[in-house]
Design a binder for this molecule. Structure first.
Ligand SMILES: C[S@@+](CC[C@H](N)C(=O)[O-])C[C@H]1O[C@@H](n2cnc3c(N)ncnc32)[C@H](O)[C@@H]1O
Length: 266
């Protein structure tokens, strides 16, 4: 695995114990993505960047999946996935792979659906990753992606600039968010037909400590916290979040991009 990937996924392993609690507001996004897939039969599903398993769980609930393959570069997240899915869906065959998306050993042309929620923005080469995931689909199979949408996050980006966060962080938004037309182009490069692609903008009014907990869960590698402690940058961000909060807490906008596509039938 590349060092960039290793550090992002190491960060997710660090945050895996708090992930579900800190990012609960994202569950609705996974549910919405799965509810937007075309009606049909999807017995064999690949979940890339599967994390702790919310999106897979939504998939099983809606479609009665038989076999789920979860790929993730973080061992800590995969452990949570195995426990959650095993307990809730004992009849589903679950296969977990500790792999980078670009080095997945899953066979080509073999999945009825490929899902990828809130993970694409962490993959270094998004165009290549979509093409790799698309290859895993059988002809006629469906792909569902939920990722960070371009725009929003102004309050958060201004705060990061104010605390002199390193460029790995301040450049993150331009490099990793995607717009509707950009992901459509990537889907076409992958030989997929876009079915439904849209952006959603939310404004959250959140407790600054809850926002900090979410940041420690999803961006631990950017904070650089030592084991069991907090870096100077972490502390600066925490203070700035409190300073920027009013009676409604920390108010920020963010965009989510949804994409549903199909591999043409042979
Ligand atoms: C924000 S979590 C999303 C998890 C889950 N899909 C969800 O919706 O809750 C992103 C996941 O992508 C994984 N990830 C990041 N980079 C990866 C890569 N290059 N290859 C595979 N997984 C990766 C992380 O380890 C993490 O579990």
């Amino acid at each position: 695995m590349s060092s960039e990937t290793t550090s992002a996924s190491d960060g997710f392993t660090k945050g895996s114990n708090t992930y579900d609690e800190a990012v609960r507001h994202n569950i609705a996004g996974s549910d919405r993505l799965i509810m937007s897939l075309p009606a049909g039969r999807y017995p064999t599903v690949l979940d890339v960047g599967c994390g702790t398993g919310w999106t897979s769980a939504a998939m099983v609930r809606r479609f009665g999946v038989e076999t789920l393959v979860g790929v993730d570069a973080s061992e800590g997240m995969l452990e949570k996935f195995a426990a959650k899915l095993g307990e809730e869906f004992p009849d589903v065959t679950v296969e977990l792979r500790h792999e980078d998306v670009m080095e997945m050993t899953v066979p080509d042309g073999s999945f009825d659906a490929v899902i990828c929620a809130m993970a694409l923005h962490w993959f270094p080469d998004k165009t290549a990753a979509i093409a790799r995931m698309g290859r895993a689909l059988r002809p006629g199979g469906v792909m569902g992606i939920l990722t960070a949408g371009r725009g929003g996050e102004d309050a958060w980006r201004e705060l990061l600039a104010r605390v002199d966060a390193p460029s790995a962080w301040t450049d993150w938004f331009a490099q990793n968010q995607r717009d509707v037309h950009e992901i459509e182009a990537d889907l076409r490069v992958a030989g997929l037909e876009p079915v439904d692609v849209w952006m959603e903008r939310r404004r959250r009014h959140t407790d600054p400590d809850a926002f900090m907990a979410r940041t420690r869960s999803v961006a631990a590698h950017l904070l650089g916290n030592p084991p069991g402690g907090f870096s100077e940058l972490d502390r600066r961000i925490e203070r700035a979040l409190h300073d920027a909060s009013g009676p409604d807490g920390f108010v920020y906008d963010y965009c989510k991009l949804y994409a549903v596509a199909r591999r043409p039938a042979a």
